[in-house]
Write a protein that binds this ligand. Sequence first.
Ligand code: SME
Length: 151
Amino acid sequence: MPVLDADRLVAALRGAFARDVGRIELLRLAAEKIRAAGAPYTSVYLYMLHGEELVLEAFAGRETDHTRIAVGQGVCGTAVATGEDQNVPDVRAISNYLACNAWTRSELVVLIRRGSTVLGQIDVDSDVPDPFTPDEEAAVRKVADALAVLL
Ligand code: SME
């Protein structure tokens, strides 16, 4: 069983959408509820694609200086450039990693797609090495797929 209860989170997002909370609040809710699952979820960043740049629109956890990331840059920009989710078990092994702090050990980036269009991504930082199992990744993907419909 994954740590993240995606079905419950998606239900909360749908409820918020039905109350007309707006885009930023939906992103903020997703970030906060994923982080609230606890370890291995340390910090959660919602970057949305604006042209050739990823822009940080909501987050929960540690602050980051990387509020704008060019497509192709870092783990986040690589996900968009390649069209593939990124599961990095050890960030120290990645040459183009953009470090936000000294404690992050691993990172998961799941794209938010509507059809073939990339809208943005859920970026999870973890202090735990190699924590994102296929089940865990699938749980984050459920949230990303829900956001793609609701945003
Ligand atoms: N580590 C990311 C940058 C974003 S921060 O983790 C919030 C990267 O390499 O793209």
